[in-house]
Design a protein around this ligand. Sequence first.
Ligand SMILES: [Zn+2]
Length: 127
Amino acid sequence: MTTASPESVRLAAEAILDGLCLPAPWKILDIDWTPGSPTPVKVTAGPYPREVVSAYCDPDRPWPETVARLASDLQDHACEVHWGRPFPPCPGHTHPLSTGVADGVAVWECPVSPRHHRSPIIQAGTP
Ligand SMILES: [Zn+2]
């Protein structure tokens, strides 16, 4: 069972950015870890040093929720930075995948029908 730590959040953020299928790779520039603050974890990332975004999550929530929340935040920013294109695209559909938690695992899933597409945000075998 993964718990939130600066390292696990960094690995999760890397997996999320990989899974977004972005046209240019994003770098994680900073992870700000301030337990007890209203925004306990701030992940700063972006395609260019001049164009960075901040995504937030709360490490006190269950880990799958933390991952899904972070993925949703990074996804919103990615769609804005890349002109509203769908990231990650839902296979065969025109919309992006949604984030969610299914059976205790953070997932990307089709917003219309999870039976059409559902995949773990963090692939099995990685923490
Ligand atoms: Zn779909």
